[in-house]
Design a protein around this ligand. Structure first.
Ligand SMILES: Cc1cc2nc3c(=O)[nH]c(=O)nc-3n(C[C@H](O)[C@H](O)[C@H](O)COP(=O)(O)OP(=O)(O)OC[C@H]3O[C@@H](n4cnc5c(N)ncnc54)[C@H](O)[C@@H]3O)c2cc1C
Ligand SMILES: *[C@@H]1O[C@H](CO)[C@@H](O)[C@H](O)[C@H]1NC(C)=O
Ligand SMILES: *[C@@H]1O[C@H](CO)[C@@H](O)[C@H](O)[C@H]1NC(C)=O
Ligand SMILES: *[C@@H]1O[C@H](CO)[C@@H](O)[C@H](O)[C@H]1NC(C)=O
Length: 657
């Protein structure tokens, strides 16, 4: 059994290498739109962006190399000019200076912060309470090769198969190899995971994994990791946490063909004050974008802000069509006593329930998974989600049932205490009755294109975690590989970041004055602001419905084109409404900024999905129902390939004051 599997892996990797070279040689294949940024009169830093020839686009799908540019040492003439123009606008602005700015306090951001703090000052910027993150909700665990009978090759192969052969083999190798060490470090930092009777770590098994390799803390693994890391952060004198600071846009300038990141503008959502962070290095660790869909397992903070900010900052974005829908989120309407208030995020029923023997039935108690896949309930998530989607559509049902009640009560309660308690709140005893479930948006495989050190094409900007597209997941994420990826890349970005910090020469005091600050729209008055909020909420719901209806689990070219058109219209209409009400392009507010980002991410998903003329992994379209070997390339979105709207431009580069 083992030998042929290894051969399959070698074949696959050979093909992946080939695909990689095709991708870099014909990058324009993936282009959709070639409109330029609107050229604003004051902004010499944003020069012609539409040349397809970026110095870093060569070998893009391999390793993005950080280019060491000697130009850093001079402030170009144009910037100096610009600076004098805007200095006069800088009133009352609060600016903070750090060596490292970390956007996001999930596993990726915190893990990185703890490491770089040994070498300088760190700001951890986070939009809500520090623990509020996808990390905190992770149930299943972290995958790593820790069992003696397991191997890195086996973990790699499972990852590549789940990723439908679109993974970057080098990335996969790095992550699977470095995983075990990252787990040991987490334990050394105080995270406590479940142990078996033999005293070793208890390793669970999940769908798509051919070995037991999931390290977990009951069904609240993420919460335990988040707790341990936050505790360590609290005790670190070099780290300052800025909670309720919403990152609006990255501060970037252009030097020749290089984009350089100098920090980020934020708004303190409690005091409504704008705070500018100037940093030598910025790590974007802002997590996912689940809220582009109406039903998602992600907490409310996951509005794709990081992907949108990076896109506006001219970073390359990749693989956005691969949105993972978790097959089994709790279907509230199927509960004996449905919740009175609809939730911000759907409650997840972890894959481990299926791993532990959970069986899926339709409402007639027919077990349906074996009809779709020989692996039945243990088939990869995309297969399970599509099968459920098919059952729901065929039968016109609202949910299906996941039953674990054949297992012993003790076992269920010890493995899934959190799920059991949540269901019991609504009158359901999962040790006796099946759980109503539906698919919900869960994980964004695509994101900001990163090299093997978490570097991006923007100098000084690194990415780690769900916001990044490192090539690990390919067309579909293997269960429990995302916490692992976040840990590994947060660590890999450390050394190059420290290097960059040490070499960084910029007069930070001066840099802080290059752009006019965002404005809090107090002057509009509460009546108008309330109207704007209400309209924005409606627009958000409308965008989410469009995404669910036309860009969901099963897609078609016609639906995607409909989505593209309707999203474009909705965005223009929303922006026009704001400006009619007296809103100005430099104005900021939490809801408006999130809306900008949701639009941006939704458009990135739609345009990526339209580019892929095959069905692979999570992207399934009825017009191209099969895998197409020629299309086995990552989707790349270059800057300025999207249409020009207010939402698609950086806030501080909108207009002169
Ligand atoms: C319900 C659920 C269960 C999961 N189970 C598992 C599992 O078992 N195993 C696994 O490997 N993965 C799992 N995942 C996925 C995994 O949890 C995430 O991919 C991972 O935690 C991402 O970590 P992160 O650090 O990249 O981002 P997050 O943990 O999402 O952190 C992002 C941070 O950025 C902040 N932020 C976002 N935007 C801004 C902004 N504009 N300004 C300031 N701050 C901002 C957020 O507030 C947050 O602090 C699960 C996800 C969910 C939702
Ligand atoms: C700065 O802000 C403070 C309080 O927020 C205010 O009292 C003061 O007038 C402001 N100054 C300027 C120059 O705007
Ligand atoms: C804090 O950062 C400084 C460098 O700025 C470093 O010398 C010091 O060791 C760091 N302190 C800790 C506790 O990591
Ligand atoms: C792009 O924007 C212009 C105006 O800003 C609009 O007329 C056009 O329809 C848009 N195109 C798309 C594809 O959204």
């Amino acid at each position: 059994m083992f030998v042929p599997l290894c051969q399959a892996l070698v074949v696959a990797s050979a093909i992946i290498k080939m695909a990689t070279s095709i991708a870099s040689g014909s990058a324009h294949l993936q282009f959709r739109e070639t409109r330029c940024w609107r050229q604003t009169s004051f902004s010499p830093l944003v020069s012609q962006r539409c040349s397809n020839k970026f110095p870093w686009s060569d070998g893009l799908s391999n390793n993005l190399k950080i280019k060491k540019s000697h130009h850093h040492h001079q402030i170009p003439e144009t910037q100096r000019l610009f600076q004098t123009v805007v200095t006069s606008c800088m009133k009352n602005e609060s600016t903070k200076y750090f060596d490292f700015a970390v956007i996001g306090s999930g596993v990726a951001g915190l893990r990185y912060a703890l490491e770089v703090a040994k070498h300088g000052s760190v700001a951890v910027i986070t939009k809500a309470e520090p623990h509020e993150s996808n990390t905190n909700y992770a149930q299943g665990g972290v995958s790593a090769v820790l069992c003696p009978s397991d191997s890195v090759e086996s973990h790699m192969q499972d990852t590549i198969v789940a990723g439908a052969y679109l993974c970057d083999e080098e990335t996969v190798r790095v992550v699977c190899t470095e995983g075990p060490e990252r787990i040991r470090e987490l334990i050394a930092m105080g995270a406590s995971f479940d142990h078996g009777e033999d005293g070793n770590l208890h390793l669970a098994r999940e769908g798509g994994h051919s070995h037991h390799r999931i390290v977990h803390a009951a069904d609240m693994t993420g919460r335990e990791i988040e707790r341990a890391l936050l505790k360590a952060i609290e005790n670190d004198p070099n780290i300052s946490v800025f909670k309720h600071h919403f990152a609006i846009d990255l501060l970037t300038s252009q030097d020749g063909l290089d984009m350089i990141c100098h920090g980020v503008d934020t708004i303190n959502t409690e005091t409504q004050k704008v705070v500018r962070f100037i940093s030598k290095v910025t790590l974007l660790a802002s997590g996912g974008a689940g809220h582009i869909y109406p039903s998602t397992t992600n907490p409310p903070v996951a509005t794709g802000d990081g992907i949108a900010m990076a896109h506006r900052a001219q970073a390359v974005i990749s693989n956005m069509e691969f949105v993972q829908f978790h097959p089994t989120a709790l279907a509230d309407e199927g509960l004996p006593i449905p919740p009175t208030k609809s939730r911000d995020n759907s409650f997840l029923i972890t894959e481990a329930v299926r791993g532990d023997g959970g069986i899926l039935y339709n409402l007639d108690m027919e077990r349906f998974m074996p009809m779709y896949d020989e692996r039945a309930e243990l088939a990869p998530r995309d297969v399970v989600a599509r099968s459920i989607d098919d059952q729901l559509k065929k039968r016109n049902d609202k949910y299906v049932l996941l039953d674990i009640s054949h297992r012993s009560r003790d076992q269920i309660l010890s493995h899934f205490p959190n799920i059991a308690a949540e269901c019991l709140k609504y009158g359901l005893d999962i040790t006796r009755h099946p759980i109503p479930v539906v698919p919900a948006a869960h994980y964004m495989c695509g994101g900001v294109k990163a090299g093997l050190q978490g570097e991006t094409n923007v100098l000084g900007l690194y990415v780690a975690g769900e916001v990044a597209c490192t090539g690990l997941h390919g067309a579909n994420r293997l269960a429990s590989n995302s916490l692992l990826e976040a840990l590994v890349f947060a660590q890999r970005a450390v050394n190059p970041s420290i290097q960059h910090m040490k070499e960084s020469y910029t007069d930070h005091q001066t840099v802080s004055q290059w752009w006019d600050p965002p404005v809090v729209p107090m002057q509009l008055g509460s009546t108008i602001l309330t109207k704007i909020l209400k309209r924005t909420k409606q627009v958000r719901n409308e965008l989410q419905s469009i995404m669910w209806a036309y860009v969901g689990i099963v897609r078609s070219t016609t639906w995607l084109k409909t989505a593209e058109r309707r999203i474009g219209e909705l965005e223009l209409e929303w922006e026009a409404y704001l400006f009619q009400q007296g809103w100005e392009p430099t104005m900021v507010g939490l809801e408006a900024c999130e809306m900008r980002n949701l639009f941006c991410c939704a458009k990135l998903v739609v345009s990526s999905a339209l580019t892929r003329h095959e069905s692979r992994g999570l992207h399934y379209t009825i017009d191209f129902p099969h895998v197409d070997e020629e299309s086995r390339l990552p989707t790349i979105i270059f800057p300025c390939s999207m249409n020009t709207t207010w939402s698609s431009r950086q806030l501080h580069k909108q207009q002169i004051c």
